[in-house]
Structures are given as C-alpha cells and as structure tokens.
Design a protein around this ligand. Structure first.
Ligand code: AOF
Ligand code: ZN
Length: 374
C-alpha cells in the first residue's frame, strides 16, 4: 500500500476535481505492475496497473496476484469505463483497499460486489494516509465547496509580517514546500493587503517540467488592487463587493483578470456592508469546479475564515525569531479556539546555500493538521 500511495502522489496537481489514486499488483513479494491516475478524465489507477500486467504476465499469474488500491474501485461508467468489471475478469482473489469512496452513490458498492463473487476484500489499509490523499476530493464531492488549507509562515511570537518588509520569514526549504502545495491545489487565495505589500507572483516555482499553476484569487472588497500587480492576469479572480465603480472594474478587467462580485455578509438577518459574503464565495468557487484552495493570508483573512469555521487544514511554518509588536499577528480576535487533529510536526532544515545572518540560515518547524473548532 505504501507503494500504491507513492504512485498516487505522482498525479498531484493534474487530477482535480478527481481523487489521487494509486494501485499495485503484487505476487509473492514481487511487484507485477503499478499504476496511478495521472490526469483528470484519464484512465484510473487500477485499470492502468491491470493493463500493464496483462502485457507481461499470463492470466494465471495475474489471477494469483494481490491488488492494492488506495481508493475503492469504481463501479459506474464516468469519463472512463468502470474498474470493477476488469477486476472481476482478472480473477484476482485478494484485494486490499485504502479507503472507501466518499462519493455517497459509490461508497461500498464494489466491495460488496467483489465479496459476492468470493473475493477477500480488506478495507482500511493505511487508511489515514489514503484519506489524506483524497481530502480535497472528499470535501468537494460531499459539499460542492472547496477544501481550504490555511498556509501560515510566522515567527515564534506568532507574527506574519517581517519588521524588515523585504525579507522572508521562513527558510528556503519551507518556501519550496509551499510551492509543492500550490502545485497540488487548484487555487491560491489571499487578501489585497498582502498583494499591495508584497506584490507576489503567486505562481508555482518548482524544478521539472510538469508544473501546474493554480488559479489566483484576490479578496479585495473595494477593488483597491493596483492594476500593475504581478499577480493579475487571465488566471486571476478578483473578488469584491457588489457596487464597486465601473472605473475600478474596468482597470482590473483590462489586466485579463475576472471580477467576481459578492453580496455583503449577513448576520442575524442584517447585512454587514463592509464584509463580503464568504458563504456565497465558497459556493461559487465550488460551482466553478475549484475543489481546493491554499489560503495564504494575511491576518484579517485568516481571522475571517477561522471565524466562519471555513479552514479545513493548517500548515503553520514557524521560524525561530521574535518580531515584536510592530509586526502583524497571525490572527485578530477569534470567536473559536482551533485545535489541530492528526497533528504532524516536521523539522525543516536550513538549506546549505543560505546566506548566514538571514532568516534563511535557521531551521524551521512545520506544524500541520486538520482544523477542529471549539
Ligand atoms: C479517478 N481515478 O484512479 C479512480 C477513481 O469520471 P471517471 O470515470 O474518471 O470516474 C471518476 C470516479 O471514479 C471518482 O469520482 C471516484 O469515485 C472513482 N475512482 N477516480 O479519477 C482513479 N480509481
Ligand atoms: Zn475506476
């Protein structure tokens, strides 16, 4: 299953809004074939593994093999033929499944069908990791809203802006890690203040050829974003409140960016005219088939989304520095406390080539986990 999980990850960034899936056919400790879902609409992992095996091995050899799939096989025709019939025809008797299909119409169907014909089907192998692979798919397929990951880069005293504005807070490898997240997710979302202050490009910068750039979403209720901002292009949505002037809209639209106007937030039946309705935003992004979003700050944006219990997972990178009161905090006043579940802690080492005397030469910490609101 570990091998199947590693296969699944190879599809990162290219399968949305489908799940990442990997499969392995093994016999007496020997891997006969592997496969993964490599692009949206493309063949499924288990179908690829079976097809590869058929080319190299006899029908009897395949029938004696064990099949490992990170996600329960599908039973219905979608963009591809269903996988269940080909598994049945292969004669394979032992099937190991990471996790059930979260799609309510599919869940458990192929397992029942395989057991009915006498197969041994074990479910829940390395389930935590297999669930993690499909966390964004699960959110979208069950709610039609995107999975939201809050990415925070902060000092030990919880500050998200560097006193010296030009400098990064986190180290080089931590920032590489963020580019990997951007590769895996459909969109990056951030507040206009961060765009004005940092003028970020918001692209995926990773070595290698197969790079996917997420859509950029800028939260900007009054459309203050400077039209020369690097982040503005055809791959950008600028979200604002209804009723912004035509002049502002035209100057942003001229950059190629799309403008999405939102109604104001409502609280106990009253409209709060300063705030955009994030509930409407999440539904609208889901409708546009954006299934996963990395929320990159800043303080006001994090606070807003935590107070709506909208962040599903946190990646909190911490640099061993203290910035003090002149820097902005990770959050302002919260209506909930948040705890991290299935928490993982990783030490992110300083990179060898970093300049001594900058934040880059220090080890960083990554604390990540699912958000639970109390
Ligand atoms: C995938 N890749 O490797 C597996 C999936 O429209 P289709 O034919 O691509 O079917 C998508 C559904 O198939 C998906 O919702 C999930 O339930 C199931 N399994 N999907 O994209 C795969 N094994
Ligand atoms: Zn399938």
């Amino acid at each position: 299953m570990h091998l199947a999980i590693a296969e699944a990850k190879k599809g990162s960034g290219f399968v949305q809004i489908n799940p990442l899936v990997g499969a392995v056919l093994e016999s007496n400790g020997k891997v006969l074939a592997k496969g993964y879902h490599s692009r949206f609409g493309g063949p499924h992992a288990e179908a690829i593994a079976l097809k590869k095996a058929v080319k190299k091995y006899s029908k009897q050899e395949i029938a004696r093999a064990n099949l490992y799939v990170t996600l329960e096989p599908c039973t219905r025709r979608g963009k591809t033929l269903p996988c269940l019939p080909s598994i049945k025809q292969s004669g394979i008797k032992n099937i190991f499944i990471g996790t059930l299909d979260p799609n309510p119409g599919e869940q458990g169907r192929s397992i029942r069908a395989l057991r009915r014909i006498g197969c041994s089907v074990k479910v829940g192998i390395e389930q935590e990791e297999c669930d993690y692979l499909i966390r964004t798919f699960r959110k979208w397929i069950t709610t039609k809203k995107p999975f939201l990951l809050g990415k925070v880069g902060m000092s030990l005293d919880g500050k998200v802006t560097h006193p010296d504005e030009k400098r990064y807070i986190t180290n080089t490898l931590a920032r590489d890690r963020v580019h990997k997240l951007r590769q895996e997710f459909d969109a990056i979302m951030l507040g206009v203040n961060t765009v004005i202050r940092d003028d970020p490009e918001l692209t995926t910068r990773l070595p290698g050829k197969r790079v996917s750039h997420p859509m950029k979403i800028i939260l900007d209720s009054r459309l203050r974003v400077p039209s020369k901002s690097k982040a503005l292009d055809y791959n950008t949505i600028v979200v604002c409140l209804e009723g912004v002037t035509m002049k502002r809209k035209r100057s942003v639209a001229n950059t190629g960016a799309t403008i999405l106007e939102l109604p104001p937030e409502e609280k106990r039946g009253k409209q709060l005219f300063e705030q955009m309705n994030m509930q409407v935003l999440m539904k609208e992004l889901g409708r546009r088939k954006i299934s996963s979003v990395v929320l990159e700050g800043g303080s006001y944006v994090f606070t807003t989304f935590i107070n709506r219990q909208a962040i599903d997972e946190f990646y909190i990178f911490t640099a061993p520095q203290l910035f003090g009161a002149t820097s902005l905090p990770f959050t302002y006043a919260l209506q909930y406390t948040v705890s991290l579940q299935n928490m993982k802690v990783e030490l992110i080492p300083a990179s060898k080539g970093a300049e001594v005397g900058t934040a880059d030469d220090a080890d960083n910490l990554l604390v990540r986990g699912y958000a639970k609101y109390n």
